[in-house]
Design a protein around this ligand. Sequence first.
Ligand SMILES: [Zn+2]
Length: 170
Amino acid sequence: MNVLQAEELIRELIERVAGEIGVIIYELHPKKEFTDEQIAMELGVEINEVRKALFALYELGLAEYRRKRDDETGWIEYYWKINYEKQNEVLKRELLKTKKKLEEKLQDETMTVYYICVNGCMKVTYEQAMEFDFTCPKCGAPLEYFDSSIAIEKVREEIRKIDEILANLK
Ligand SMILES: [Zn+2]
């Protein structure tokens, strides 16, 4: 896998889990430990937003913190560090999760016969279609056999792509 692809995937993942602020913090590449306050000041955003993003990164395994009591104020401060070296490990874990979901979907699509309303109201199993007498209960149009071969091929293609990325992920 080329670096660009990895960067893009990790960016997507962070955006989904930790939001835009998570992405910005991650891409700051801070050289030293930092507090949420420092980042909030630097970015000009609410400290709570920064904390939320940092804890989301922590949940992903991409950030860690240590707590330290400030000698002057007596408050507990969080000192954060981004785990850039964990990036591939985290990516791999998430890709395997996605792959598992896709495989379940593939199995479901392969094993189950579906019928759909010609107007697109619903997708039902063969058993349900029989119950509805092959007529859409919503609009009254016929329920037709759903050819899932295109959907199946799409899922297979997605799985192939993930395998390719995983193979190149060291
Ligand atoms: Zn319908």
